[in-house]
Design a protein around this ligand. Structure first.
Ligand code: FES
Length: 89
């Protein structure tokens, strides 16, 4: 399988076709997807689209469930701070 990169908080993360964003992150030791309003980190919990704990900002779109979203080459993903959701310019 041909590997490609996604970018999580600006850092390149290798991914393979068919992997979700969450899978690629976990395979590379990245566990935090978002921070709650009280600044507690959250990550993948159910892994099947039910709990919404894996929400991140993907290509400028907030609240994307990364356990359900395929990694695509060059995607820009950011940890979501639920206290301050910013849109990319
Ligand atoms: S980990 Fe539960 S919705 Fe993604």
């Amino acid at each position: 399988m041909k590997q490609f990169e996604i970018y999580v908080n600006g850092q390149p993360v290798p991914a393979t076709p068919g992997q979700t964003i969450a899978e690629a992150m976990l395979a590379n030791g990245l566990r935090t997807c978002r921070n709650t309003r009280s600044h507690s980190p959250r990550g993948v919990f159910c892994g099947m689209g039910i709990c919404y704990e894996c929400r991140m900002i993907v290509d400028g779109i907030p609240n994307v469930r990364t356990c359900m979203t395929p990694a695509t080459p060059g995607s820009r993903i950011r940890v979501q701070d639920d206290g301050v959701i910013e849109m990319d310019p």
